[in-house]
Design a protein around this ligand. Structure first.
Ligand code: HEC
Ligand code: HEC
Length: 355
């Protein structure tokens, strides 16, 4: 009896979600998310005002940057691929090695303060905000006495929680016959759903799939110095001589977790190339060939990866399915900050309030 009730209830709450035609945005306070949106596009969050969050997380690329390895702060270059922020509030863990697992506020702190990312002292950041009447007004509207770095991170978190996928063929009931055959392979013969499960197509857990290292991290001195800074900060032994990205090992120190990286979402792949934690795969065809041969070459590779024996027509179907997981572009009024629509009106309101 109990079981029947549970099932009935699950159906009741599942129905409105399906009607959403995408991933549910998380609940946030509108004024806080609006403040977070302005912060996301503001270069004053980086030490030398050269970068905003949106420099690397660009909405028209589902909040990635189109590069194999990310840019970084002036004089540095990054050793990882910029992940999509689509549905990022739903994740259980963040960053390719999963080293942050509490909330997006912590991730924002890491992005802002890390020397090779935005290299910002948050006490200075807070003073910059206090000098801007628009921020004074927006923090107040969001229920805070005055601009603060904790409040800024909460606002960034709120904005990111609104970034939700919409309009993908899989949600709209518009999958082609090829994509539908591909879904059968994804859940069956190709066993992709063993890790890419649920409606975001990730279990948020780390696995070793044998993705080869990206040699640019060690041949480019700017990338290498950022990598050394990271490995040293994480306290990994022998960080100067390391010539591999050790992934989850860097936080667990268990050898069998070496080179495990978080399963990424498969939503919005059309916008997020190149792929993998280090951008070593340029196209989805390459990714499918990689899995078809059983993944890469690594002593700790996950046993779930085995040669698949997909024939060309099956590879084409699987590709069609992956393409059916991308929705509308995020380059919309909802996600881009437009100073001309908003700032001046706020400044006017603020001036009126002063008089
Ligand atoms: C210089 C480029 C750059 C800038 C600027 C930047 N990011 Fe990132 N972001 C990255 C890279 C690269 C990663 C992955 C880092 C890693 O795995 O160690 C990342 C990861 C993230 C993640 C985790 C995503 C996931 O699925 O694990 C979030 C959330 C995020 N950034 C938000 C922000 C916010 C908010 C800002 C501004 C305060 C920002 N980023 C600024 C490059 C950047
Ligand atoms: C054992 C778990 C596992 C299985 C099974 C698996 N994947 Fe993955 N997948 C991962 C992990 C982990 C990554 C990230 C690896 C990295 O960053 O180096 C990944 C990355 C990807 C990416 C790149 C996404 C991006 O944004 O960079 C695609 C596409 C992908 N997988 C598709 C598939 C398909 C298609 C299948 C089935 C043929 C499959 N995966 C099977 C765990 C798995």
């Amino acid at each position: 009896m109990n079981k029947i009730l549970t099932v009935a209830f699950a159906l009741l709450i599942a129905t409105p979600a399906a009607a959403q035609q995408g991933i549910e945005p998380l609940e946030v306070k509108a004024e806080l998310a609006e403040l977070g949106k302005r912060l996301f596009y503001d270069t004053r969050l980086s030490g030398d005002t050269s970068l905003s969050c949106a420099s690397c997380h660009q909405p028209d690329k589902a909040f990635t940057d189109g590069q194999a390895l990310s840019d970084a702060y002036t004089g540095a270059a990054h050793f990882r691929n910029t992940p999509t922020l689509a549905n990022v509030g739903h994740r259980d863990a963040w960053l390719h090695d999963g080293r942050l697992g509490t909330n997006l506020n912590d991730v924002a702190r890491e992005m802002i303060t890390e020397t090779y990312l935005m290299n910002m002292d948050m006490r200075i950041m807070q003073e910059r905000f206090k000098q801007d009447p628009v921020y004074v007004q927006m923090f107040a509207a969001a229920g805070m006495n005055e601009p603060s770095n904790g409040g800024a991170r909460n606002a960034l978190q709120a904005f990111m929680r609104t970034i939700a996928s919409r309009g993908a063929p899989i949600d709209m009931g518009e999958m082609s016959p090829a994509a539908q055959r591909g879904q059968g392979l994804f859940d069956g013969k190709a066993n992709c759903s063993a890790c890419h499960s649920g409606n975001r197509f990730t279990d948020d857990k780390p696995y070793n799939t044998g993705v080869p290292d990206n040699p640019d991290i060690w041949s480019d001195p700017e990338r290498h110095s950022a990598f050394v800074t990271y490995a040293k900060f994480m306290g990994v032994e022998n960080y100067m001589n390391l010539r591999q990205d050790l992934g989850a090992y860097i936080r667990t120190r268990r050898p069998e977790t070496a080179r495990r990286f978080l399963t990424p979402t498969l939503r919005e792949l059309t916008w997020t190339a190149p792929y993998m934690h280090n951008g070593t795969m340029a196209t989805l065809d390459e990714v499918i060939d990689f899995y078809n041969q059983g993944g890469g070459d690594d002593p700790f590779k996950d046993p779930r990866l085995q040669p698949l024996g997909l024939v060309p027509s099956e590879k084409a179907d699987l590709l069609a399915f992956l393409q059916a997981l991308s929705g509308d572009s995020f380059d919309t009024d909802a996600y881009v900050w437009r100073a001309e629509d908003y700032d001046y009106q706020l400044i006017e309101n603020w001036r009126d309030a002063q008089n």
